[in-house]
Design a protein around this ligand. Structure first.
Ligand SMILES: NC(=O)c1ccc[n+]([C@@H]2O[C@H](COP(=O)([O-])OP(=O)(O)OC[C@H]3O[C@@H](n4cnc5c(N)ncnc54)[C@H](OP(=O)(O)O)[C@@H]3O)[C@@H](O)[C@H]2O)c1
Length: 205
């Protein structure tokens, strides 16, 4: 399978060897190629046009910030990555999509610390897009669109925006757990419109 990793970051880099060992061909689309989501003339079209093969799009790109404004988080976690997926879908309509959310989308907004509400709102927006695209692209092209909602796997990369991992019901999710979820979604033709929580039960708390 030809898999395009969009904004691979840390989790993507750790998943890559596993995907390659499974025989997949990986194309990395990084910020350098698709552009910065905050750039006023952001347009991932050229980067997407350069992709020569794609059976699966894994949307990892995203940004965690505390006390950010909603528009900024919306650009980084919804509008920006969605535009890459839409550009790739226009070229490869049958390519399945797997987006990365956050397990806490499950909680009511007023149960979340105020500092992360804009971030969570943007991930919720991406989750709504996943369901909408699963329906629309499923109807038009039989295309699958799913998501993984991780719990605390790694601490945020920016020390100025660090937070505690939070309570879990089981041992915390690992990269191997995320890899297993990805393998399942990649390989299971009847699963679409699904959000797979790999979150040690964090979504229930
Ligand atoms: N790590 C966790 O425990 C955890 C928990 C819940 C959800 N998630 C979600 O899982 C996904 C992967 O997590 P991760 O920890 O691997 O993320 P990460 O290391 O922070 O990587 C994020 C990726 O997004 C790109 N990106 C960030 N800001 C951007 C911008 N303004 N314009 C364009 N690209 C931008 C980064 O590009 P650069 O490399 O150029 O900076 C990087 O490739 C994310 O969507 C995250 O929200 C992760």
């Amino acid at each position: 399978m030809h898999i395009v990793l969009v904004g691979p970051g840390r989790i993507g880099a750790m998943l890559m060897p596993r995907l390659q060992q499974s025989g997949h061909n990986i194309t990395v689309l990084s910020r350098r190629e698709y552009g910065d989501f905050f750039n006023p003339v952001y347009d991932p079209g050229t980067a997407c046009a350069a992709v020569s093969a794609c059976d699966a799009i894994v949307l990892l790109a995203g940004l965690f910030e505390l006390h950010a404004n909603e528009e900024r988080m919306g650009q980084a976690n919804a509008t920006g990555p969605i535009r890459v997926a839409e550009n790739l879908h226009a070229r490869f309509p049958k390519a399945q999509v797997i987006a990365f959310l956050d397990a806490r989308i499950q909680r009511p907004a007023d149960a979340l610390p105020e500092a992360i509400r804009p971030y969570m709102a943007s991930k919720r927006r991406l989750a709504r897009w996943v369901h909408g695209a699963a329906l629309a692209w499923g109807r038009c092209c039989g295309t699958r669109v799913n998501a993984i909602a991780p719990g605390p796997v790694l601490a945020p990369p920016n020390k100025a925006h660090s937070e505690k991992g939070g309570a879990c019901l089981t041992p915390r999710p690992t990269i191997e757990d995320i890899g297993a979820a990805l393998d399942f979604l990649l390989a299971t033709p009847s699963v679409t419109g699904q959000i797979l929580y790999v979150a040690a039960g964090q979504q229930l708390l």
